[in-house]
Design a protein around this ligand. Structure first.
Ligand code: GDP
Ligand code: MG
Ligand code: ZN
Length: 296
């Protein structure tokens, strides 16, 4: 049996890529389809090659088995992800920091390491950069800057993606596909100008597929989205998904402190000191959102 990774899934067919980079079009063994989780892009699978009448391989295969998953994301649906790279642009469209935090919460929940890539630095002047620098002080995740126009940060991006399975996520129009084309021109991904009226990109990247990068590693370019819902998170568990709050929790006066209005709250105490105020705002907003969801 051969082993490989599913790089594409459509209409009951799976493209499986082996270590040498050969791709096979596969169907799944009937018993696998009934598996409640189903097969996903990113899954490691064992498969048998289909041969023709003369016994030569046809380039097609049958997936017999799925190897255990390390993790899986729902949006985009992809398994065994090493890292999430959240891409935002500084302008056109403007960076949506709440969406950044939302994606970071989802990454924490899946035990995924995450980085933030801020693109289109060419549209930013030093005054705007200065304002941003103070906004992201004490931000608890790595942030790096890129521009597909000036080439700034492209080596950093390439280095971060090297030899890992990464998912690029962020709204449409921020430059995800353009950045991937810049570091791996063979991909020839479609890109689209941000539509003038609503300053939001058109949806050009459709299906989730895992693409090999010329410099090593694989990446999923996702269609943009602006709205993401949480599910399966209780309000009292949210602070655990803010790593910078997690370590302070023990110092709060109440063991079940939600870090909202409770007295002697170690988290609130640190907002504006060791904690980024914007992150605390996002936390408050998300707790409220999760509490409202609970009613139903
Ligand atoms: N000024 C500027 N424009 C960029 C940059 N990167 C991408 N773009 C433009 O932004 C638009 C959207 O890019 P695209 O890659 O399709 O965004 P995606 O939806 O995130 O994949 C295109 O018109 C790109 O040419 C950048 O660094 N600077
Ligand atoms: Mg795109
Ligand atoms: Zn507290």
């Amino acid at each position: 049996m051969q082993q490989g990774r599913i790089t594409r899934a459509a209409g009951g067919f799976f493209t499986v890529r082996d270590d040498r980079g050969s791709e096979y079009l596969c169907r799944a063994r009937g018993s696998l389809k009934k598996d409640k989780k189903g097969l996903m892009v990113g899954d490691l699978v064992k498969f048998d090659l289909v041969t023709d009448g003369a016994g030569s391989p046809t380039g097609e295969g049958i997936i017999e088995e799925m190897l255990p998953r390390k993790n899986s994301l729902l949006r985009p649906p992809v398994a065994n992800v090493d890292q999430l790279v959240i891409v935002m642009s500084l302008k056109q469209p403007e960076c949506d920091w709440q969406l950044v935090s939302r994606l970071l919460v989802l990454a924490e929940k899946e035990d995924l390491s995450a980085t933030v890539c801020l693109n289109k630095t060419d549209l930013f002047n030093s005054l705007e950069q200065g304002k941003l620098d103070s906004k992201v002080e004490q931000f608890p995740y790595p942030i790096f800057y890129t521009s597909a126009v000036s080439g700034e940060g492209l080596d950093t991006l390439k280095e971060k993606l090297k030899d890992r399975n990464s998912v690029l996520a962020g709204p449409s129009g921020v430059g995800k596909s353009t950045l991937l084309n810049a570091i791996s021109p063979g991909l020839s991904l479609q890109t689209a100008p941000v539509s003038g009226k609503i300053k939001r990109g058109k949806h050009t990247t459709r299906q989730a597929s895992l693409m090999p990068l010329e410099s090593g590693g694989m990446v999923v370019d996702t269609p943009g989205f602006t709205r993401l819902n949480f599910f399966d998170i209780e309000p009292e568990d949210l602070a655990d998904l803010f790593p910078e709050f997690r370590e302070l929790h023990d110092a709060c006066g109440f063991r079940d402190c939600l870090h909202l209005a409770e007295p002697r709250c170690a988290v609130r105490e640190e907002v504006g000191k060791s904690l980024n105020p914007m992150r605390y705002e996002h936390y408050q907003y998300f707790v409220r959102e999760l509490s409202q969801q609970e009613v139903y």
